[in-house]
Write a new protein. Structure first.
Length: 432
C-alpha cells in the first residue's frame, strides 16, 4: 500500500472508533481481518497513523478548524509525520485509493492558527473536564506534563535477573539499539520509531522465549522496586492481573520467601501460569479469590495494591482511552480504589508495609485516596521519609512528590504515568 491508501485506511478505522465507541485495538484488528491484502508493514503504518492522530486529536482538529477524521489524518501527516503540503498532495494524487487532500480553507487554517492561542485543554490534548485533575497533580505546569502524554512511548523491557543480566539482554537486542533505562536498574529501552516504522516484536526473540526479559514499562518496574521486597519475606500482590509485577517481585526476592498472586477476577490471572514457568519464578503461589485468602490475614510483610484506575498514566500507549473516559468512570474508579485498599489492609502484619500504586496521574485517584484511607484506617500511616527503596527515592527528585509518595510521568521521569505511596501499619517493628 502507498501512503494514500494507508491514510484512507486510518480514516476508516477512526470513523469506526467514533461510530461504535470501542477501543482502537479492536477497530484495527477488524480492519486487518477484512483487508487481508495488507501486509504487516501496512498494518503497522496504519496503526501508527491512527494512534498518532488520537494522541493529538484536540490540537490537530483545532489547527485544521475541522472535526473530520480525514482532516485529522492529514494534520497528523503534516505535523507529526513531517510531510509538506505539496508533497502530501502529490502522494495522494498518485494513489487511486487515497482520500481527498485537505481543502484550501483547511490548509489555510493549519498554516495560520497558532496553537499557543488555543485553550489549555486543547494544547494539552485532553478532554476539557480533565484539566482540573491534572492541575491538581502538576500545578501550573500541567499543560506541559499533559503534552508529553501525546508523544509515542518507547518499548521498555524488564530483565529477569533469575535468568539473565542486563548486559546479556542488551547484547541480545543490540540490533534494535537497546539501551539501559535511566532509573530502573533492570530496565532496557528501545526507542519508538518515526512515521510508519514499527517497534520490534521482541516476544519472538529467543531471549524472551527463554525468560530473559518481560515487556514492562520502566514506571511499572519502579513500582515493583518501591515495595522493597526482600528475599525471605511474605509478599502479597493483591491486584496481580496478568502478573507483571508478580514476576518482578519474584526476581527481586531471588526466588526466596513467598509471593502470593491474587486478583478478584480469575480470568485476569489466567496468563500468569505460563509467564511464571517461562521466568523460572518458583516462589509464587497463585491464590484463588475466595476462602484461600483468609489464612493470610495479618501475615504479610508487604502488600502491593496495584489498584484499578482510569489509566490516565498510560495515555501514550492507549490514547483512545482518554477520549472515552468521563467523570462517571472516574467516580466508579474512586469507589473501587477505596474498597481495594480496605480489603488489602487486612493482610498487612503489624509493622508491615502497604504499597499503593496506580497507573494514573489524577490527584483524586492518588494522594486523595491515600489521605482518605489513612483517615479511616488509623493504624496505618505514611512511611517515614526515605522508606522507599533507593531507586524510588532517587526518582522522587525528578518526579513529583515526597519520599513516601511519588508521581512519575513522561515529562519528568521519561516513564508512563504512575503514582506510588508507601504506608506502614503500626504495632510492630518497622520493616521499611
Amino acid at each position: 500500500m502507498r501512503l494514500g491508501g494507508r491514510a484512507q485506511a486510518a480514516i476508516e478505522v477512526l470513523d469506526d472508533i467514533d461510530d461504535r465507541h470501542r477501543p482502537a485495538s479492536l477497530a484495527l484488528r477488524d480492519w486487518g481481518l477484512s483487508h487481508r491484502f495488507a501486509g504487516s508493514g501496512d498494518r503497522a503504518a496504519i496503526g501508527n497513523l491512527v494512534y498518532d492522530s488520537l494522541r493529538r486529536r484536540a490540537s490537530q482538529r483545532w489547527r485544521m478548524d475541522s472535526d473530520d477524521n480525514g482532516d485529522l489524518v492529514c494534520a497528523t501527516l503534516l505535523g507529526q509525520w513531517g510531510y509538506a503540503a505539496d508533497e502530501l498532495a502529490g502522494e495522494f494524487a498518485a494513489d487511486p485509493h487515497a482520500p481527498p487532500p485537505p481543502s484550501t480553507d483547511r490548509l489555510a487554517a493549519w498554516r495560520s492558527r497558532d496553537l499557543a492561542a488555543a485553550p489549555d485543554h486543547v494544547r494539552a490534548d485532553v478532554p476539557h473536564w480533565c484539566a482540573g485533575q491534572l492541575a491538581a497533580s502538576f500545578g501550573a505546569g500541567w499543560v506541559g506534563e499533559a503534552q508529553a502524554f501525546a508523544c509515542r512511548p518507547p518499548l521498555d523491557l524488564r530483565v529477569n535477573t533469575l535468568k539473565a543480566s542486563r548486559d546479556k539482554v542488551l547484547r541480545a537486542l543490540a540490533r534494535f539499539h537497546a539501551r539501559p533505562t535511566d532509573h530502573s536498574p533492570v530496565g532496557v529501552r528501545i526507542a519508538p520509531g518515526t512515521r510508519g516504522a514499527r517497534l520490534p516484536n521482541v516476544q519472538a526473540e529467543a531471549g524472551y522465549q527463554k525468560g530473559w526479559f518481560e515487556v514492562q514499562d520502566e514506571g511499572s518496574q519502579i513500582a515493583a522496586l518501591a515495595t522493597g521486597a526482600r528475599p525471605g519475606e511474605q509478599v502479597l500482590d493483591y491486584c496481580a492481573g496478568a502478573g507483571g509485577k508478580t514476576l518482578a517481585l519474584s526476581a527481586l526476592m531471588e526466588n526466596r520467601g513467598q509471593v502470593h498472586a491474587h486478583d478478584a477476577d480469575r480470568m485476569r490471572l489466567a496468563p500468569i501460569h505460563e509467564r511464571l514457568r517461562r521466568a523460572g519464578a518458583r516462589n509464587v503461589q497463585v491464590v484463588a479469590p475466595d476462602a484461600e485468602m483468609a489464612v493470610h490475614t495479618v501475615r504479610m510483610d508487604c502488600v502491593l495494591v496495584d489498584a484499578p484506575c482510569t489509566g490516565s498514566g498510560v495515555w501514550r500507549r492507549h490514547p483512545d482511552a482518554k477520549w472515552r473516559l468521563d467523570e462517571a468512570a472516574l467516580a466508579a474508579r474512586l469507589r473501587e480504589q477505596d474498597a481495594v485498599l480496605a480489603g488489602a489492609a487486612a493482610f498487612v502484619r503489624p509493622g508491615g508495609r502497604l504499597v499503593y500504586v496506580t497507573c494514573s496521574v489524577f490527584a483524586a485517584e492518588n494522594a486523595e485516596r491515600v489521605a482518605a484511607f489513612v483517615a479511616r484506617q488509623t493504624e496505618f500511616r505514611l512511611a517515614a521519609p526515605g522508606s522507599l527503596p533507593a531507586a524510588a527515592c532517587a526518582i522522587a527528585q525528578t518526579g513529583s512528590g515526597s519520599e513516601s509518595m511519588v508521581t512519575l510521568s513522561p515529562a519528568s521521569t521519561g516513564t508512563d504515568g504512575f503514582f506510588l505511596a508507601m504506608l506502614e501499619r503500626a504495632g510492630g517493628a518497622s520493616s521499611g
